[in-house]
Ligand binder design. Sequence first.
Ligand code: SIN
Ligand code: FE2
Length: 207
Amino acid sequence: MAPLAVAPGVTHWPGYLDAAEQVSLVDELREIARQAPFFTPRMPKTGKPFSVKMTNCGALGWVSDESGYRYQPDHPETGAPWPAMPARLLRAWEELAAYPHPPQACLINFYEPTARMGLHQDRDEQDFSAPVLSLSLGDTAVFRIGGTVRGGRTISLKLASGDALAFGGEARLAYHGIDRILAGSSSLLPQAGRINLTLRRVTKPSG
Ligand code: SIN
Ligand code: FE2
């Protein structure tokens, strides 16, 4: 399907992954989660747990705990390096990111039907010239995105299983979050819930 221009810098590709690609990606993610189990991130300082569970694949993974948000090359609980990024994710980046260097991190979020994510900016990367590319699997989410200042106007759109969304350029630091998950809207996953993959470039490419 043709991409939809949601707002300047925000592009939505409904149904980017077909049904068979979604199934095989879930299989690959199951193997990744065996090697790098989902963990519950905690808020900096307060240690309050997030409602989403996370893991990562790729050279770097995003983690959050009492000492802050950061990228690191190893799992915070097992100490093992993150598993490699599946080829289909690297291809999604090549096809959609319009950025000449590969992604370094893929954050894997699992949302139970009651989980949500408050409005925030993705700003722990050194390179904001690459977009953030997100892929959705499982139950549909109500996603919200606004401008680069907190408290401004926002719009919401539904992200269904197989959808891709990129925010870059003037939207790279846009506030965004997940209002809610529409439990039972997809039968891709064995349980209700949603997986979101966010691919990111972390460091500035050298040379
Ligand atoms: C995120 O901002 O990390 C996740 C967004 C999403 O779940 O679509
Ligand atoms: Fe984010």
